[in-house]
Design a protein around this ligand. Sequence first.
Ligand code: ADP
Ligand code: MG
Length: 707
Amino acid sequence: MKETASTRASSKTSAKKLPSKLQKQLEEAGFKKLTELLLHLPRRYEDRRNPLVFEELEEKVSQPVLAQGVVERYIPRFGGGRRWLEAVIRVPSRLPTPAYIYLVWFHKFIQAIQKGYPPGTEIFFTGKMQRFQSRLQIVHPEMSKESGQKLGFGEIIPIYPQVEGITPKKLRETIRFVLDNHLSETIDPVPEEISKKFSLVHVSEALSELHHPTKWNPTTILDPLSATVNPYFKKLVFDEFFYFSLGLEKLRKDLGRELRHKKVARLEWKTEVKFPFELTGDQVSSLEAVKEDFKKDIPMHRLIQGDVGSGKTAVAFSALIQCAANGHQGAMLAPTQILATQHFENFCKFFPEFQHQAVLLTGALKESLKKEKRADVKSGSAQFVFGTQALLSRLTQFDSLALVVVDEQHRFGVEQRRELASKSKIVPHLLVMTATPIPRSLALTLYGDLDVSVIREKPKGRGEIKTYLLRKKQKEKLAERLLSLLSGGHQAYIVYPLVEDSELLENVESVTESFKEWTSLLSPHSVGLLHGKMKAAEKDLAMNAFRRGEIKVLVSTTVIEVGVDVPNATLMIIENAERFGLSQLHQLRGRVGRGAAESVCALVVPDEITPEIEQRLNVVIGTNDGFKIAEADLVLRGPGDFLGVRQSGSSAFKTAHLIRDLKTLEQAKQAAKELFARDPELKAPQNSYLAFLLEATSIPTERLRSG
Ligand code: ADP
Ligand code: MG
């Protein structure tokens, strides 16, 4: 988020300017307007108000300290080819005799310091206290002549997350500058009655108190940036959630408007769908719920939540077939080509009688083929449409799309619903399937008005998955096991981590290297390679060959993570397991244990790992319950991973924390709903600014997309 409404500056900005170089640096760092800096909130605070006396300083060796004193004299030193400067500082003491500590500088500072702080000057200084021989000293202290805001001495100072290219001190000063000169430009768009109802302070007070606490003491609170204890922080969290909720409400209203001229398809349960296995009780009850939804004249919006391997696909297929039996089209969207292909092929395998009415539509298809298939979709002759997000492209039109299934993509939002609704003369029902155990309240917030079905039961006759921790040095054993398993006709995955985008190339190289090693080690068994840099067609080729059993071992990055289903694979080797999030490990492990045979998941780690890492991995080893693992992940890593965002920390919200600030989220949602209920068009004068914001900014929808 680069901008929120509350920092929208009025156009007549005339106050003092920053030096142009600094301004440029800030712009490069993503702060397009000065006031946006005010949303760069402190990470924590440091109390620099009470300088310590000598006896206290003595107790703080090797710790950062703040002290106050008078420069007695300077001692220039030479030795060992070096020049340095020592200052003797008299500091207050509990005893009547004077006490001294030393400040030390090397090299270039020497002249400037002696000039700037002549003997007799009263100074504040801070730095790490050291004991050197019998004396106390600080090397290269941060210092200032008077107590005052410039260096932050004599007050509680904010410590900010770093901004590239700007020193912490400069950043602190700059934000303070903006606070002093531009705070009045911030407008609070939250209507007064809402602020009153939820006891919200004005946005400028909130910003001021967070950057420069005067009415509260952050150093006495354990977690000062928590909306439950801090009214200033709460205000910003509330605002963020409030805009988000308003955006959601507006989208829903627009959706409603669009739906008004269209009919919802009422679907009957017309046929019996037969699988080669008996459905589990939870699969049956999920289908019962869908059946009920189909009868209503509002579109279904249901989330099917089920751990990896619980058999969500069967539920989707059944629903699609019922839909077709009513004479309508159904579409199933997957996040990757591989998955879309798998769904398509499994569908055709389970239901050969329908294969001529089924099409696969992915971005990888040749243009001419795509055109052909789109024509079938448009005419309605394709009743079962499988594909990736490309299905949503403007070019694809349906004849009468009545059901959309979205697999493994819990980011699917209201906006896409609207987009789909515009593609067909009727309003489609929506079924979202996810293996991510999102708490219900959170799911509600992210999706709006949805119903949830949970599949807890695993299909019967499943072999157990045993999970082991293996040091690198034990890998030979693993190779042996792998070979014997291959002779038994089974298959295996070997997964390597993909750490960061910047490392993508390197990573591909190392996976390719490993692939070669495994190939010679396991010869004559065939080994395949799969990574994100491969062309879609190559990926499909490898994946399909693995699925058909032509490739016995698949060496891969996490591309295979979600949804891939090869029941004959019984060994999952995860290299550098310490680099994965727990939920991700669980997802990967879920690729095996899909058949009747016993399966093994090996977490391979370096020979030396910290006890913390071992403890973390033990969670995955100790349980097969995705919910429990997600909870542990949440505690250990924050909600980023929890919500399916790989790199933790990249949440859709800048200030707010979905789990920690849940209560504020509920309040903001309530406020947004009430506001729209009372003033659906946002016509009241007190709401006009909000209306403007919702028109002018795309924040809420952007957040939907990335959230
Ligand atoms: P997920 O919920 O992770 O998407 P899938 O739908 O891919 O799981 O199902 C996993 C495997 O279990 C598939 O091979 C599927 O055919 C099989 N399966 C699904 N339901 C049952 C069942 N009731 N009994 C036996 N096997 C089942
Ligand atoms: Mg699946």
